[in-house]
Write a protein that binds this ligand. Structure first.
Ligand code: C2O
Ligand code: CU
Ligand code: CU
Length: 491
């Protein structure tokens, strides 16, 4: 793999701004069929194997690109686990540097969490037995090595993880995998003139997070899904390093959010724009019964230091936040397309007003308040990333939480918006910018995009000791890798 720590650590600027468009040896073509990842079903005691490996993947016509993946060339299988069971998986690594498998959103003990303290070393397999005791939800997994998470995820070390709850009442939502229940992993990537992935965060693209100008869904550039003329469930993960999406359909049609990070909402929420910051998930139901083909679009990502128009397109967008996809006059760009296939019989044609099996957590009264300031200091070209004045250090425990306690965490964001993530739990968002939120519409979360200030209600029921503490961090991966992360124990 040709990403390396030295490139990565350098905070110089200049040449990254010269787009390598002239003399490209490739064409990026949209419209390939949406790849549907293979399922690794860890239900009923079956053992899975996940091997981090290098590979070559065809993103661009006639080009093969160096990538990494879990048991495949790019990304990993869709893993399914059942609530109330133990999921067994053997983790291996054939890449010549440590990787990890962090189970993002899973409520499991610190030593199983797959964070920076529990790497999978090259050719040193380890087994994990994960007790699944949380509501059905759409989660994901990715490598999470100190200073390497951004590069690992960029090259492909990530995948989706779905928790099913066999005992939950039937929500009536679509659930035919690959047909009316679709995994949608959205990522932006950048390719050099030679067709290889380019990951060179430095200067502004480090300070504001690294963005690409090609949009991939499940590893294919702006693909096309063929769907039945009924209700279709899209389980969307923003698997990008830094880009924030504002999803909406080209024809402005409304859709319903039915799930967020931690599981199903109590009732569908009617909307026509869905914002997802890095690592956030949403399940939405889209009605295709009118038989019309439609494109899924996203508005521009304006998250930049001082609000200077990060990935918004045009000269400033290109300068300030790295690359931007080809956009229309409003800065909107295509994510993927849906074509209605009259040959497929729709299985679900209605959506209930309330959802059986909504995710719930008993929080109880908060006993303590903590505050976390996500800080970016310095100039656009170089600076530092900290939380409460300190950079992440592997041997420093920043916070200690008592198991079973409920707390309010007050998170404030410096300079730009930051997606704040907490390991080991799902939380409730109490307020944003001082305004109480309607948490029924937001659902249980493990990432919250903080613009100014947010208050969250957290509770931890799993142990994490100082040998394998949990993390809290900004999920803009360049911010995380550069120190906007902290560690806490739960004992
Ligand atoms: Cu998705 Cu600490 O990570
Ligand atoms: Cu996580
Ligand atoms: Cu950040």
């Amino acid at each position: 793999m040709h990403f390396n720590r030295r490139n990565f650590m350098k905070a110089t600027g200049a040449s990254v701004f010269l787009p390598a468009i002239i003399g490209r040896s490739w064409a990026a073509e949209a419209g390939a069929p949406l790849p549907i990842p293979e399922v690794m079903d860890l239900g009923n005691g079956s053992m899975g194997e996940l091997t981090a490996q290098l590979g070559r993947h065809e993103f661009l016509q006639g080009q093969s690109t160096q990538t990494a993946g879990y048991s495949q060339s790019y990304l990993g299988p869709l893993i399914r686990m059942n609530r109330g069971e133990t999921a067994n998986v053997r983790l291996d690594n054939t890449i010549d540097e440590p990787i990890s498998v962090h189970w993002h959103g899973l409520h499991i003990e610190g030593y199983l969490d797959g964070g920076p303290h529990t790497p999978v070393l090259p050719n040193t397999p380890r087994e994990a037995a994960l007790d699944i005791e949380q509501p059905a939800a759409t989660l994901w997994y990715h490598s999470h090595i100190m200073e390497r998470t951004g590069a690992h995820v960029w090259y492909g070390l990530a995948g989706m993880l779905w928790i099913d709850d066999p005992d939950a009442p039937d929500s009536g939502l679509p659930e035919t995998y690959g047909e009316d229940d679709l995994p949608i992993v959205v990522q932006d990537r950048k390719f050099g003139s030679n067709g290889e992935l380019v990951y060179t965060p430095r200067g502004p693209s480090l300070m504001m997070g690294y963005r690409g100008d090609e949009i991939l869904v499940n590893g294919a550039i702006q693909p096309e899904a063929s769907v039945p003329a009924g209700m279709v469930r899209l389980r969307i993960l923003n698997g990008s390093n830094a880009r924030i999406y504002h999803f909406g359909f080209e024809d402005g049609r409304r859709f319903y959010q039915v799930g967020s990070d931690g599981g199903l909402l109590p009732a569908p929420v009617d909307m026509n724009v869905l914002t997802l910051s890095p690592a956030e998930r949403a399940e939405i139901i889209v009605d295709f019964s009118d038989g019309k083909d439609v494109r899924l679009m996203s508005g521009p990502d304006n998250n930049a230091m001082g609000g200077m128009g990060g990935g918004g397109g045009g000269m400033m967008g290109g300068m300030m936040g790295g690359s931007s996809p080809a956009s229309d006059a409003n800065g909107s760009f295509e994510v993927m397309r849906f074509t209605v296939n009259s040959g497929l019989t729709p299985k679900v044609t209605t959506l209930a007003d309330t959802l059986a099996g909504a995710a719930e957590v008993e929080f109880g009264e908060p006993v303590r308040r903590r505050s976390f300031q996500l800080q970016m200091r310095g100039s656009m070209m170089s600076g530092s990333m900290k939380i409460n004045g300190v950079e992440m250090k592997m041997d420093v425990i920043n916070e200690q939480v008592n198991i079973g306690d409920t707390e309010i965490w007050e998170v404030s964001a410096d300079e730009m918006q930051h997606p704040f993530h907490v390991h080991g739990t799902s939380f409730k968002v109490l307020s944003h910018q001082g305004v109480p939120t309607n948490s029924a519409n937001i659902g249980l979360k493990d990432v919250v995009l903080v613009n100014g200030k947010a208050e969250i209600l957290v509770k931890f029921d799993r142990m994490a000791d100082a040998n394998a503490p949990y993390m809290y961090h900004c999920h803009i991966l360049e911010h995380e890798d550069f120190g906007m992360m902290g560690q806490f124990t739960v004992t």
